[in-house]
Design a protein around this ligand. Structure first.
Ligand code: SAH
Ligand code: SF4
Length: 382
């Protein structure tokens, strides 16, 4: 009896926030309920923003009580909210062990883009990325990923009928490599696109990857999200330096995987977004633009240039405006639809690649120690 009680006390309630429709149907059946209840529950959570079963008035009293006992709807815990002068809003979310991840909302006319994190830190260590410098801590759960959408809408009081849709687009471009947290990211993005979830069209939910080729092939079998690929270099020698995963999956393999992804999509007019972070004197010359135009010639794609956003642990420089526009011109003349990503939320460190969160791992502490030791040495020498 005592053992039984101990087991019951320690059983965690299941968080329904990031549960897909099919998983919720299976779960409901497993607790002896009808699968159609999933649709009702999903609508309460994702259309009305309800996180309390007692408010779900079309569920019977007994079912509400049972759900309250076995399950919960628990959004991530926001510890800080920052508002930029330009309307960008950033949330720091606590994910245990003193670790924080960040979510950014970028309003732009009728469009509102939410930049969502998928992991605490990242293991891939791209040379120009602040998240990569922190090392990897853990994967976010599907509820923690989807919960970022939920809390953004909540924070603008935009749930419920008659409210303006605030989040019109979601990009998996926050902290972490989404394809290394495959199942949770697929579940969360599928829920964003489900009519009983957020009903976003597949063109408005974008997954950005640095190129985990085998996972990209798996993604094509289970998802219709829009694909963005972080290329950043026109040849393997340079990409090996900037994006270390290129040593495992070089450019030709990555681009072939992108084509396979497009081939698997029912809609044959879709394209991949090629992201290219421009770093002064590293990958921003006109010759490199010409090389890039050559490399991409067989891929249906558009190009998004991202001027490098500096952060404290990096010595790279942002390119000049004229270098950006020269690069843009070469790509445009070569026939590519090319855009330059504007920096938003600079005053709150919300720009692309600046999402540092706060990951208390050894890599970061070691880096701080190393810098401190260096600084001390410099002072001694002086
Ligand atoms: N891990 C995924 C998604 C997160 S990063 C990926 O790498 O694609 C989102 C985009 O921001 C990527 O294209 C990434 O290369 C870019 N980025 C990272 N650090 C940056 C920085 N400091 N300045 C500009 N872009 C950066
Ligand atoms: Fe990870 Fe993407 Fe940053 Fe590379 S750019 S370290 S893959 S988050």
């Amino acid at each position: 009896m005592e053992v039984q009680e101990a087991v019951t006390q320690h059983t965690e309630r299941v968080n329904l926030l990031g549960m897909t429709r099919s998983k919720m149907e299976t779960w409901l059946v497993s607790i002896g309920e009808k699968p159609f209840r999933a649709q009702q529950i999903l609508k309460w959570i994702h259309h009305s923003g309800v996180d309390d079963f007692e408010q779900m008035s079309n569920l019977g009293k007994a079912l509400r009580a049972k759900l309250g006992e076995l399950a919960e709807i628990r959004p991530p815990k926001v510890v800080r909210q920052l508002d930029s002068k330009d309307g960008t809003r950033k949330w720091a979310i606590e994910v245990g062990g003193n670790n924080l991840v960040e979510t950014v909302f970028i309003p732009d006319g009728q469009r509102g883009t939410l930049c969502v994190s998928s992991q605490v830190g990242c293991s891939l260590d791209c040379s120009f990325c602040s998240t990569g410098k922190q090392g990897f801590q853990r994967d976010l759960t599907a509820s923690e990923i989807l919960g970022q959408v939920w809390l953004a809408i909540k924070s603008y009081d935009a749930f419920g009928p008659g409210k303006n849709r605030v989040v019109t687009n979601v990009v998996m471009m926050g902290m972490g490599e989404p394809l290394l947290n495959f199942e949770n990211v697929v579940d969360a993005t599928n829920l964003m696109m489900d009519d009983f979830g957020y009903g976003l069209s597949k063109r408005r939910v974008t997954l950005s990857t640095s190129g985990v080729v085998p996972m990209l092939d798996k993604l094509g079998d289970v998802s219709e999200v829009s694909l963005a690929v972080s290329l950043h270099a026109p040849n393997d020698a340079l990409r090996n330096e900037l994006v270390p995963i290129n040593r495992r999956y070089p450019i030709a393999e990555l681009l072939a995987a992108c084509r396979r992804y497009l081939d698997k999509q029912p809609d044959k007019h879709r394209v991949v977004t090629v992201e290219y972070t421009l770093i002064a004197g590293v990958n921003d010359s006109m010759d490199q633009a010409r090389e890039l135009a050559q490399v991409l010639r067989d891929l249906p794609c558009k190009v998004n240039l991202i001027p490098f956003n500096p952060f404290s642990l990096s010595d790279y420089q942002r390119p000049s405006k004229s270098a950006v526009s020269r690069f843009w011109q070469v790509m445009t003349d070569a026939g590519y639809v090319t855009t330059v990503r504007t920096t938003r939320g600079d005053d709150i460190d919300a720009a692309c690649g600046q999402l540092a969160g706060q990951v208390q791992d050894r890599t970061r502490r070691a880096e701080r120690h190393r810098r401190k030791a260096e600084e001390t040495q410099i002072i001694r020498v002086m």
